[in-house]
Design a protein around this ligand. Structure first.
Ligand SMILES: Cc1cc2nc3c(=O)[nH]c(=O)nc-3n(C[C@H](O)[C@H](O)[C@H](O)COP(=O)(O)O)c2cc1C
Length: 196
């Protein structure tokens, strides 16, 4: 497989967050050729459109990590039936940029009962022109498990699901990239015929 560079964002800033832990496990399970950078959304200021053109180092770092990434992995908790504030804040900062639209997205839900936030998150991501890769999205029963990263890695069912989801995500990213290349070549050929 060609290289697949991914950015992973946790919507929880909690030290022992299951969402962050799941992303750390995913990174540890990455086969060669797949790299996962864990992004930081905790240092972003509260979203304010007046500041969009101001130099904000945390935002610049997030945008450049997203621009470098072939795909985005999001693991985010549900708070009061909604998207976590930190995740919604980060997404609001990315709405008007050019890095997000068309980006393939894998969702990791660490609490299968948290359906409201997942539905709301999907609505936001699709509105922002992200491409959710359903066949790679995972729902893992981590809430209340007490598992840290190494516990997840030692659990064959959890580790197997994470790794299979990751490999499927990169496979679908590659297919999308190839389809885009083929489309570009077809358009180029068509314009050559028209001009010629
Ligand atoms: C303020 C608050 C509100 C929550 N609301 C919900 C909720 O509406 N539905 C739900 O399924 N879990 C809810 N939870 C549970 C969290 O989603 C759960 O603790 C999750 O593991 C937090 O993610 P983390 O482990 O990555 O920090 C809530 C937790 C907190 C702290």
């Amino acid at each position: 497989m060609e290289r697949c560079n991914l950015l992973a964002l946790s919507g929880s800033l909690r030290r022992l967050s299951y969402n962050r832990t799941a992303l750390e496990a995913l990174r540890a399970l990455s086969p060669s050729g797949i790299s996962i950078e864990l992004g930081d959304i905790g240092a972003l200021p509260l979203f304010n459109p007046d500041l969009e053109d101001s130099p904000i180092p945390a935002l610049a770092a997030l945008k450049s990590a997203l621009a470098r990434a072939d795909g985005l992995i999001i693991a985010s908790p549900e708070y009061a039936h909604g998207i976590s504030g930190p995740m919604k804040n980060a997404l609001d900062w990315l709405v008007s940029g050019e890095e997000f639209p068309g980006k393939p997205i894998m969702l990791v839900n660490t609490s299968p009962r948290a359906s409201h936030a997942q539905a709301a998150l999907r609505e936001v991501l699709v509105t922002m022109s992200g491409i959710i890769i359903d066949s790679a999205c995972l729902s893992l029963p981590l809430l209340g498990s007490g598992l840290a990263r190494d516990g997840i890695l030692a659990n064959p069912a959890l580790a197997g699901s994470l790794q299979a989801g990751l490999i499927e995500f990169c496979r679908q990213i590659r297919a999308l990239q190839q389809a885009t290349l083929a489309q570009g070549a077809a358009v180029e050929e068509q314009s050559r015929c028209v001009i010629g």
